[in-house]
Design a protein around this ligand. Structure first.
Ligand code: AMP
Length: 416
């Protein structure tokens, strides 16, 4: 399928060509024709699928068509994080830059002073990409009027709810005209996301990217068994062995990010941290350095890393597993974007084995366990984890036949 066959205005086809997109991604082919007809869209798409253009192109198409009529906010895009706000806003601006008419795209997020954002909104805007809390603040200050919004986009709806924005979204919906188009995108569909979609969408076109299809991001998942204290050495070993130049390493806490980055630096590896305490300026700077290849390893926590978009990021390492299974999908989705292939390596310490099984269950995919010579987990740690699992009724996965390894672990545990 080609962009030309989707029904987009010629100016948009030129813009798409100018930024170098040859063929539409699966979610773009599925969502764009329906959105152009004015239908609501329910998009099941991962980060990296090309979903931004899937909603931005129809939005811009409608804007071009209403050229000359009164201008208010036409398109509202709600996103969960400031990084995603900046990324989505920039992606839309990149398209707009190549259009013949002037279309103003504004970006608003919390955690920074509101005044410059209010100033920037003076004189109106065509499209606003915002996090929910800050958008409400701006609306309360009368800096933005939402009663003329023609298209509402919820981007990463699952994350929006995970981050506790349900009330803010409800408040924002009350400010929008009842008659509007809704484009709803989410990577996962737990029941809260389902019910939000049901309440929001009218007879939506389902744009589902078939997970089994060739469009699935090409991410090789690896799970390496290792003892907790040896993870750092294993990471260094892998960096050296594979010659990785750009690795995003996920850890559980800010403290862990400092610790791991510090240890790597002591070993001569260029590493920086990326966590929630950073100012927006510091975040942008670190990200820019990482993208430019000025460091090898970026050690990040989940909150900070949402929305990071680095074209061609080859490797993601789960040094600590994410607490929520959904975050696993988001983390590994940082690699293998838009057709590039990537590797996601998870370190599985003996006490994280049960948790990783839940993650596998959630993603519907098994990842074979590996051991690397010299880094095998010690029998003591495996036995200790098995003992604590046996005592924890929620630790194991119910209703599954015991694996050979489970039986072995139980036997070992009994002996000790
Ligand atoms: P997204 O999922 O919207 O964050 O997009 C992921 C990456 O894919 C971004 O770097 C986009 O610039 C890129 N991208 C989106 N659509 C296409 C396309 N049709 N062809 C090539 N790259 C694309």
């Amino acid at each position: 399928m080609s962009f030309a066959s989707l029904g987009l205005a010629p100016a948009l086809l030129d813009a798409v060509a100018a930024i170098g997109y040859d063929t539409p991604t699966a979610i773009q082919s599925a969502a764009i024709p329906a959105a152009l007809k004015g239908r609501d869209v329910l998009g099941a798409a991962q980060t990296g699928s090309g979903k931004t253009a899937a909603f931005a192109l129809p939005m811009l198409h409608a804007l071009l068509a209403r050229h000359g009529t009164r201008r208010g906010v036409h398109g509202l895009v709600l996103v969960p994080t400031r990084e995603l706000a900046a990324q989505v806003g920039d992606a839309i601006r990149a398209l707009v830059q190549h259009l013949p008419s002037t279309i103003k795209v504004s970006i608003a997020f919390g955690g920074v002073s509101i005044n410059p954002q209010m100033m920037a909104l003076r004189g109106g805007t065509d499209i606003i990409v915002a996090t929910p809390g800050r958008l409400l603040d701006l609306a309360r200050h009368n800096a933005v009027k939402l009663d003329g919004v023609a298209t509402l986009v919820l981007d990463e709806a699952d994350k929006l709810l995970d981050m506790g924005f349900a009330d803010e979204i409800a408040e924002i919906l009350a400010l929008l005209p009842a008659k509007r188009q809704n484009l709803f995108f989410s990577a996962t569909f737990p029941s809260a996301v389902q019910s939000l979609a049901t309440s929001l969408l009218h007879d939506p076109e389902r744009a589902q990217v078939d997970n089994e299809a060739a469009h699935e991001p090409d991410i090789a998942q690896r799970a390496i068994e290792v003892d907790g204290p040896r993870r750092l050495q294993l990471l260094r070993h892998l960096l050296k062995e594979h010659g990785w130049r750009q690795v995003l390493v996920f850890v559980a806490t800010k403290y862990a990010s400092e610790h791991v980055a510090d240890k790597l630096r002591r070993n001569g590896i260029a590493a920086e941290t990326f966590h929630g305490d950073f100012s927006q300026g510091a975040r942008s700077e670190v990200l820019a350095d990482f993208k430019a290849g000025r460091m090898t390893v970026l050690v990040a926590t989940d909150v900070a890393a949402r929305g990071i978009d680095i074209a061609q990021l080859p490797v993601v390492v789960n040094y600590d597993l994410p607490r929520a299974a959904a975050d696993y999908t988001h983390r590994i989705g940082r690699t293998g974007r838009a057709g590039a292939s990537g590797t996601a390596v998870s370190f599985i310490t003996p006490d994280a084995e049960a948790h990783f099984r839940l993650i596998e269950k959630r993603q519907g995919k098994r990842v074979p366990r590996e051991r690397i010579a010299g880094f095998e987990p010690s029998e003591e740690a495996v036995a200790a984890a098995a003992t604590s699992l046996a005592g924890d009724p929620n630790g194991g996965v119910k209703g599954k036949r015991k694996s050979k390894k489970d039986k072995l672990r139980e036997a070992t545990a009994k002996q000790s």
